[in-house]
Ligand binder design. Structure first.
Ligand code: FAD
Length: 416
């Protein structure tokens, strides 16, 4: 039997997972990335396997909050106004996708994709010898007032419909669970059954190391262009390494993937939803679970490196310089619920990452419609760590002609 080879562009959680699952199907794999594995967006996220987040990132109720958020340049959502005309088609599509019937369909597709995220992640980490990085931990959402809690009831209801239960607890009960929580917190929603990674970047690197141990190759290079031969891709032009021949190509290039799809003539609406984190090795706060706070989208997650405050959404394009005041703003916001939070010190680090965001909060998973030997896995937005390993498995199944456990129609590349 001839062994197929696959080249994967992108060594984030999605690309490395695709490589690992393709190896299981007998493929020889090469992963190309301009940076080492796990150093793109997959490096600095909040570490949550957020499979119960079935409601799309943006929906009509959230749109009502947007004008207030936009008034504050350091608020949870910001658009650099000079960039707005370029992002306009994406925002128009976002508005269409926030209508109730679309939200319902998107929620169902997200719930489908979530079905096997824990077992797929565990499969990869166990093989890599780093299963200790994944931990079963609840999460707690905090509210300032009853009105704030009630405003989120529709999202909780949608989650319940897909089997995810949350329990309302009082502010006092929240403080019993997490003594670091301040007295201003009115109540909380306790989500059982979540999983967190103690270090997302290390997790990706460990899976990449296992791919290499199994004979895979990881090339550090920049893919400049894609060469075609009829309806197939024949090669890649690399910045440092000349030409790389292609048998089968998988594009998992995160927030840059639409640039590669465009070279094949496929239009994809993808925006870099730029998020920030502040990592505090000396936070002064001890948390045993991740918390989120309804006033500000973001999470405070205890990790092996310290407390990571992660969140915010900035639309400024791929290349604009980071505005680290947004990471500092996360500190200010979380200080309101974690009064013991110490100020940043010389060990504190700040980071910006580009979430690959589609306007329907669903990734692209499946074959190219323009080239016979190309598959896509990108556009995971706020959920890439969660869905990355399952996407890798689904791509490997598609490429070997196996039947998927879910309907992949909502993830087609030609839906934009
Ligand atoms: C603040 C923040 C918090 C988050 N929290 C969570 C969370 O708790 N849970 C969750 O599930 N998700 C979370 N996410 C989202 C998650 O991190 C992303 O969805 C995920 O990392 C995307 O993975 P990826 O493999 O698609 O992209 P990446 O990790 O960015 O990998 C893509 C790679 O492609 C490479 N590349 C692109 N173009 C080329 C080219 N032409 N040549 C060579 N290489 C190329 C890039 O260098 C990059 O390394 C968060 C994101 C942010 C920013």
């Amino acid at each position: 039997m001839t062994q197929h080879s696959a080249t994967i562009i992108g060594a984030g959680i999605v690309g490395i997972s695709a490589a690992a699952f393709l190896q299981r199907q007998g493929y020889s794999v090469t992963v190309i990335d301009r940076v080492p594995p796990g150093e793109g967006c997959s490096f600095g996220n909040a570490g949550g396997l957020a499979f119960s987040e079935v409601v799309p990132t943006v929906h009509s109720r959230m749109l009502l909050k947007v004008p207030r958020w936009l008034m504050d340049p350091l608020g949870p959502l910001t658009i650099r106004w000079s960039y707005l005309p370029k992002a306009m088609p994406w925002f128009m599509a976002l508005a269409r996708n926030s209508l109730p019937d679309r939200v319902k369909a998107i929620t169902a597709a997200r719930a489908d994709l979530a079905l096997r995220v824990v077992s797929d992640f565990e499969t990869l980490l166990k093989a890599a010898g780093t299963a200790d990085l994944i931990g079963y931990r609840d999460t707690l959402r905090l509210y300032d007032s009853e009105a704030q809690y009630l405003a989120e009831e529709p999202e909780r209801q949608a989650k319940r419909e897909h089997g995810f239960e949350m329990k309302r607890i009082s502010g006092g009960e929240a403080r019993e669970l997490e003594p670091a929580i301040g007295s201003s917190v009115h109540c909380g929603a306790f989500h059982g059954g979540w999983y967190f990674l103690a270090n997302p970047g290390r997790a990706v690197k460990s899976i990449a190391a296992e791919v290499v141990r199994n004979g895979g190759v990881i090339l550090e290079d920049d893919v400049l262009s894609i060469e075609r031969d009829g309806n197939r891709v024949s090669g890649l032009r690399l910045k440092a390494g000349g030409r790389h021949s292609i048998d089968r190509l998988v594009v998992c290039a995160g927030a840059y993937s639409h640039l590669l799809a465009r070279q094949l003539g496929e239009k994809v609406l993808l925006e870099a939803e730029r998020g920030y984190h502040m990592l505090l090795p000396n936070s002064g706060v001890s948390l045993s679970r991740s918390i989120t706070y309804a006033r500000t989208p973001g999470a405070a997650t205890p990790m092996e490196m310290g407390l990571r405050l992660a969140g915010t959404d900035e639309f400024a394009g791929l290349d604009a310089a980071p505005d680290y005041r947004r990471a500092d703003a996360l500190w200010t916001q979380f200080k309101a619920v974690l009064p013991g939070l110490r100020p940043p010190d010389h060990e504190t680090t700040r980071w910006m990452g580009r979430r690959p965001g589609t306007p329907d909060s669903l990734p692209v998973i499946g074959p190219s419609r323009a080239a016979a030997n190309v598959w896509y896995g990108f556009g995971h937005g706020h959920m890439g760590l969660t869905w990355g390993p399952s996407t890798g498995r689904l791509i490997a199944e598609l490429m070997t002609g196996m039947k998927s456990n879910i309907d992949l129609t909502p993830f087609r590349v030609d839906r934009f």
